[in-house]
Design a protein around this ligand. Structure first.
Ligand code: HEC
Length: 128
């Protein structure tokens, strides 16, 4: 019983302290994502994050996708970034990023709903 009261006291003590800990932290960048891009971020972490980092220069299995919004339109002459991203996801073997093998599954067209696909592309287009 005594112990329980002590724990309760600690909980209140820390709650009170954290409440008084100055201004609330600035919102993280994800707070500014559109609802579609925010959904895409979730799709990304569930389906893509095991192979792709969004931290620059960080290779997991595939290349880092930091800055992909700007890079996408430079990949294939005459192809805009959005089209490149759809192709890169649906037919990954179509174009291989230099230095990488054809390890990305070509099954996302079946695995993801159309909305999830649109959402993940919208998210990638925020990675300037
Ligand atoms: C099993 C690992 C794996 C998974 C899972 C995976 N990828 Fe990839 N991805 C790769 C590899 C390897 C490459 C490089 C070869 C190539 O270009 O296809 C790549 C290339 C890409 C590229 C081209 C990058 C560039 O710089 O041009 C994009 C865009 C991409 N992936 C997006 C995705 C998205 C979105 C998902 C989830 C829906 C995903 N990938 C899931 C391994 C993976």
């Amino acid at each position: 019983m005594r112990c329980g009261l002590l724990i309760l006291f600690c909980v209140f003590f820390f709650a009170a302290c954290s409440g008084a800990a100055g201004p609330t932290p600035a919102p993280r960048p994800s707070a500014t994502l559109s609802p579609e891009a925010a959904r895409g971020k979730t799709v990304f972490s569930q389906n893509c994050g095991s192979c792709h980092s969004t931290i620059p220069e960080t290779v997991i299995v595939g290349p880092s996708l930091a800055g992909i919004a700007s890079r996408a339109e430079t990949r294939k002459p005459g192809q805009d970034g959005r089209t490149y991203l759809y192709t890169a996801i649906l037919q990954p073997g179509d174009f291989l990023v230099d230095g990488y093998s054809d390890l990305m599954p070509a099954t996302f067209g079946k695995q993801l709903t159309g909305e999830d696909l649109d959402a993940v592309v919208a998210y990638l287009l925020t990675l300037e």
